[in-house]
Design a protein around this ligand. Structure first.
Ligand code: CAO
Length: 453
């Protein structure tokens, strides 16, 4: 005679509403006692919940994404008469505090073992687990893959499941080459390699794209806090910055420009600039020098097309300038900067930054940049790593100039040095080109006469 037994979630310590990360068995499947049924994940740990007895799964009552707590009905298992008359597996002699539910390590994973034939299993008695022994959480696996019809379940050991999670692989998509199509570690690695060869550039979701949700933390538990809603501008720029950060392999090339002569010239021109109603800061010079360098190195004034297979070189030079406002960062654009003089650029810069701070920019002011500059020099600091403003492929960061002793003709002389940090998309720009670009930029800033050559 067979009877149907409920499997309830045992005591899992101080956790409640825990996410079901994986369901390891399916309706109709034969399970052994202590065979893992589901995997739970909290922000600190993941754990497998084993079956208290052998039998056939009548129904799984939870699915991936459900939240469960102690006592939640997980599954109904049909147990043979002999098995129902058996006791739950007696814990073997083990040190105090060892969890009845094994942590997710291969060594400690629950091994299936026959159920002794003397007592009825306390099917509805949750068993305790020591949360201190739960292993740290692993990143959740990448899920969506459309092109292959996934098998309903993957046969794999806990260590292979762990490897798959670390690599962001959905095991249901991995063909198993072990006995009874069991998935081996090499199968997982082979699958990742084949996905990379297929071209992650084409958008195959793989490690790194799927990330764990941030944990909800009650900071008030540590001390007083204030909650300030993010301004719409900050939320918009946050989304763009995040996309750039995760999709563009960034490298930053640092360099310096000797702007002693440039600064001398700027001071000389200041009265004339003021008579024209503009303030001549360093930035117009940097913008102008960049347009020259961009013409010589067109791959910096470019975008990858949507296929990721073509580089679009732009023959217009629209320079985006990051402007710090009280509500967040905006990047208005100085159009055709290569065709404008320093005064005109200075005037436009003052205009767009004033309108940015007064929230008077139009969408057209923010569109079309082919290269960007982020200048923190007026505030302070030396080098930093600006984030490329997608779909551009490079951005120049400008730090605060300072007087430095520079060795020249056998003596140290004071020179005014401007820190430059060029971040670029390494998919389309090589480090050697970046070094050439910043070297050229530095030359142009050091000797403005080169701009008219
Ligand atoms: N080194 C030293 N001093 C500098 C300098 C540098 N690299 N760059 C500018 N300065 C000086 C200017 O000469 C000016 O000094 P005076 O008033 O004595 O002439 C002062 O700093 C302020 O300049 P400014 O900021 O008004 O003008 P700007 O043309 O240099 O910059 C703008 C304009 C809009 C870029 C700037 O105001 C700004 O918003 N910068 C912040 C950008 C930002 O937040 N980037 C970060 C993006 S990533 O989060």
């Amino acid at each position: 005679m067979a009877s149907q037994q409920k499997v309830l979630l045992p005591d899992i310590g101080d956790f409640a509403d825990v996410d079901v990360a994986e369901v390891l068995v399916a309706k109709g499947q034969r399970v052994e006692a202590e065979q893992s049924l589901i995997v739970l994940e909290t922000d600190k740990a993941s754990m497998e919940i084993p079956s208290p007895f052998a039998g056939t799964v009548v129904e799984m009552k939870v699915s991936v994404g459900d939240k469960v707590s102690e006592g939640t009905l997980i599954a109904i298992i049909e147990v043979e008469e002999a098995a129902t008359a058996a006791s739950p597996p007696e814990p073997a002699a083990k040190p105090a505090g060892e969890p009845a539910v094994a942590p997710r390590t291969e060594a400690a994973a629950p091994k299936p073992r026959p159920v002794p034939e003397t007592h009825k299993p306390p099917a509805e008695t949750p068993r305790p687990v020591d949360p201190a022994l739960l292993v740290p959480r692993e990143p959740a696996a990448a899920r969506a893959e459309d092109e292959i019809q996934p098998a309903p379940l993957a046969h794999a050991s806990p260590s292979v499941r762990r490897l798959a999670r670390e690599m962001g692989v959905d095991l249901r998509l991995v063909p198993g080459t072990g006995p009874k199509a069991r998935i081996t570690p090499d199968d997982v690695r082979r699958y990742v390699k084949s996905m990379i060869e297929k071209g992650t550039a084409a958008g195959v979701p793989i490690a790194g794209v799927s990330v764990a949700a941030p944990p909800q933390i009650d900071f008030a538990a540590f001390g007083p806090t204030d909650t300030v809603p993010l301004h719409r501008i900050r939320k918009l720029s946050a989304a763009n910055l995040h996309r750039s950060w995760v999709t563009i392999p960034h490298v930053t090339q640092h360099d310096e420009g000797d702007i002693t002569d440039l600064d001398e010239f700027r001071k000389q021109m200041r009265p004339e600039a003021e008579s024209r109603g503009v303030k001549l800061t360093f930035l117009p010079f940097v913008i102008k020098a960049c347009t020259y360098a961009l013409k010589e190195y067109p791959q910096f004034n470019a975008s990858l097309d949507h296929t990721g297979e073509n580089l679009i070189l732009k023959r217009y030079f629209f320079v985006g300038v990051a402007v710090d406002t009280e509500n967040g960062l905006v990047v208005p654009v100085v159009r055709d900067a290569d065709r404008k003089g320093l005064y005109e650029i200075a005037g436009e810069l003052a205009d767009v930054s004033a309108r940015a701070r007064g929230r008077k920019l139009t969408p057209g002011d923010l569109r079309g940049a082919s290269f960007s500059i982020s200048s923190l020099g007026g505030i302070g600091g030396t080098f930093f790593t600006p984030i490329v403003n997608h779909p551009e492929v490079a951005i120049l960061g400008v730090g605060k100039m300072s007087w430095r002793p520079v060795h020249s003709d056998g003596a140290f002389v004071p020179r005014l040095i401007l820190p430059l940090s060029l971040s670029y998309d390494h998919r389309v720009i090589d480090g050697a080109d970046a070094a050439r670009f910043t070297t050229r930029l530095s030359e142009l800033l050091s000797d403005l006469r080169r701009l008219i050559l």
